[in-house]
Design a protein around this ligand. Structure first.
Ligand code: GLU
Length: 474
């Protein structure tokens, strides 16, 4: 088998969505599973829509999740094209690979590879698979109007197919689309897909300013970078026939296309901010552990085997078990409550030391800088009670906050009138006064005996005391 080489190829037009991270994760898992290479390629040919810092944001996310890259843009290149300082990020290519461009097939940034797309566009024109077209936007618009008037499907008229437009005038390069191509691929996730017709008439490969369209750039780069599996979102399926035709025209071997389904919210609509957090940064802010989120994302749309119920996977297990044939071709759902559950499982499995170091930043930003000594007796109880790290300051605030307002109304209910609550608290106070050892057992005995004296449930005593002392029920 050829070396497995996968790539993640984001366009820096916005901040990467968690669904996009899943595509990166699957490509990374496939490469790691086969002992291959994972490549990062920046598809920044659309300079107008470029958002500064978008690549840095992805790389910070990779750092946080522990996704390592084998080949990709260098830090200096990123600083130049993305505007941000990425020197502090951990990601670094194996320095022994000795390539100044981030790997043997660099540069891995499309805006630095324009010469290569031009070279291939010229080759396609010279071999007759493409042609130059100097139709102006006005002419194209007029064509479309006329086609509509004749009730034809609007599209490029084919005017320049035989005109041999000179390289010197302003032009685009179009692919000469065959009339009735029969195209098929064996998708790594969806199996056989075939097309009888192609949706585009003589599509543009090179725009007039000399930058390529996605179609030309993706084919050239996947070929040049020796990508074995082109993993990308299913929205690219309609463009695939053109890519297949380009591979054929260039006499290049195709990668295995792997089209991933979209990630949905619980309501069956495409996952968006309406459903909750959608960027890795907001999950971190909310106190999810990167290993839990990684596990969770991997499980959306992938399972280790038929009927296999296992949910919790270490990173090593994911790498060992990941396979394309277990990726579900239909859309997966991002279930936030399952993520909470999974994060809780991961939190409880942390050692006490690890747990305290992870909650420290949350305590600091909430103005609760507790020392390790103060924290450590609390850790076992905290671990059982929180689903995210961010919930910890709220649970500990009673330790430093003297000005809280007890949730008195929570103390009072059908069975506990204000009078009963007062007698509970008075009795507890009287009984506790002589106690010297504040052990769990001693306190328990006091609360039980108060419950008995007053003929109330012991739960009512615990609740009243908690609210009186901590201000809240838990
Ligand atoms: N640059 C494309 C995007 O961000 C990805 C295309 C690909 O993976 O081939 O949507």
């Amino acid at each position: 088998m050829k070396e497995v080489r996968t790539r993640f190829a984001p366009s820096p037009t916005g901040y990467l969505h968690i669904g996009g991270f899943r595509s990166a994760l699957y490509a990374w898992l496939l490469a790691r599973h086969h002992g291959g290479k994972f490549v990062l390629r920046v598809e920044d040919t659309d300079q107008e829509r470029k958002v500064d810092g978008a690549i840095k944001y992805i790389l910070e996310g990779f750092d946080w999740f522990g996704i390592d890259i084998d080949e990709g843009p260098t830090k200096a290149q990123i600083a130049k094209i993305d505007g941000g300082d990425v020197r502090d990020l951990h990601w670094n290519y194996n320095p022994s690979n000795g390539h100044s461009n981030g790997g043997p097939f660099g540069p891995y940034i499309q805006s630095l590879r324009l010469y290569r797309y031009q070279e291939i566009a010229d080759q396609l024109v010279n071999t007759g698979y493409a042609f130059r077209c100097d139709c102006t936007p006005d002419m194209l618009e007029r064509d479309r109007e006329e086609q509509k008037a004749r009730k034809e499907v609007p599209g490029y008229s084919g005017r320049c197919r035989t005109r041999n437009v000179s390289k010197e005038c302003e032009h685009v390069v179009r692919f000469r689309m065959p009339d009735a191509p029969k195209i098929a691929i064996d998708d790594g996730i969806r199996g056989h897909i075939s097309w009888e017709t192609v949706p585009l008439r003589d599509p543009i490969l090179m725009k007039s300013g000399g930058s390529p369209t996605y179609h030309l750039a993706v084919v050239v780069d996947d070929h040049d970078m020796q990508i074995s599996h082109a993993m990308r979102g299913e929205e690219w399926i309609p463009s695939t026939p053109l890519h297949v035709l380009l591979y054929e025209a260039l006499g290049w071997e195709m990668p295995i296309f792997c089209h991933l389904p979209v990630v949905l919210g619980a309501d069956g609509k495409k996952l968006s901010k309406r459903h909750g957090s959608t960027s890795w940064g907001s999950f971190r802010e909310e106190g999810y552990l990167p290993e839990a989120l990684l596990n969770f994302i991997a499980r959306i749309g992938w399972s280790p085997g038929e009927g296999d119920e296992q949910e919790i996977f270490t990173r090593e297990e994911l790498v060992a078990k990941f396979s394309l044939d277990r990726v579900n071709p239909s859309s997966g759902v991002f279930d936030y409550s399952k993520l909470d559950w999974m994060n809780g499982v991961y939190l409880r499995s942390l050692s006490d030391e690890d747990f305290s170091s992870r909650i420290t930043p949350y305590l600091e930003s909430a103005g609760l800088p507790l020392s390790l000594e103060e924290l450590s007796p609390l850790i076992p109880a905290l671990k059982e009670r929180v689903k995210t790290l961010k919930e910890t300051p709220e649970l500990l605030s009673f330790l430093v906050d003297d000005g809280f307002t007890p949730e008195i109304d929570q103390m009072i209910n059908k069975k506990v009138s204000p009078e009963i609550a007062i007698s509970i608290l008075q009795a507890v106070r009287t009984e506790l006064a002589p106690i010297t050892g504040f052990s769990e057992e001693n306190l328990h005995d006091v609360f039980e005996s108060v419950a008995e004296q007053l003929s109330v449930k012991s739960g009512a005593v615990f609740l009243s005391v908690r609210i009186a002392v901590l201000g809240k029920k838990a």
